[in-house]
Write a protein that binds this ligand. Sequence first.
Ligand SMILES: Cc1cc2nc3c(=O)[nH]c(=O)nc-3n(C[C@H](O)[C@H](O)[C@H](O)COP(=O)(O)O)c2cc1C
Length: 217
Amino acid sequence: MEVLNERLFSQHEADLLFEIILNRRDVRGNRFSDRLIEEEKISQILLAAVNAPSVGFSQPWEFVLVKSKEIKEQIKNTFNEENEKAAALFKDEKQREYNRLKLEGIFEAPLNIAIFYSDVDKPVLGQTSMMEVGLYSVVCAIQNMWLMARALNIGMGWVSIIDPEKVKRILKAPENKKLVGYFCLGYTDGFLKQPELELLKWEKRKGMSEMIFNDTY
Ligand SMILES: Cc1cc2nc3c(=O)[nH]c(=O)nc-3n(C[C@H](O)[C@H](O)[C@H](O)COP(=O)(O)O)c2cc1C
């Protein structure tokens, strides 16, 4: 049986992947349109997710697709509570700037997806010294989704300013599930050319030399 994959990519295809990576953006409620995402595109985004690498091929990811207005309302309530606490951590002008930011698109996005890590009750190959690698596997799936969505011109935004235990209760998640992230997906009126937080001068992009070291730090 031939198991080697003979598919090689051209420079053009590699450039295309790089372009998708560079053009991916976090999309928030100020940019979502209410156009519904076609079912086959949702399936493609989820298929991209489950083809991510995972420790010991454990595939520890689970997805709750949320379209219900009532559920979105409950999620938005926990966002509002947590966001108020978050604003209090910043002071003066930074707090005023924080309060002007739109940091979620729960209502505006036609589709919300809560992504969970599902813990198993047996040893997982590779997840024996660094237990958090199960969670990292879920984040690999999330990045695949983000890139696939962008390739389909669908916006996706991460909402982390929520109480994970409240979200678990709202979504009736069993005890052994851990919320990794809550996402808003939908078509957008446009992707920004740079991260919004960079455009608003909240943060600067780091230079490569600040982040890359040879042999030792
Ligand atoms: C783990 C994680 C959590 C994030 N949480 C939020 C969030 O709660 N609200 C928000 O507006 N953006 C959130 N973001 C998006 C970041 O602000 C965004 O990725 C960053 O500013 C860079 O912009 P870009 O994704 O458009 O390149 C999150 C991103 C990551 C990776």
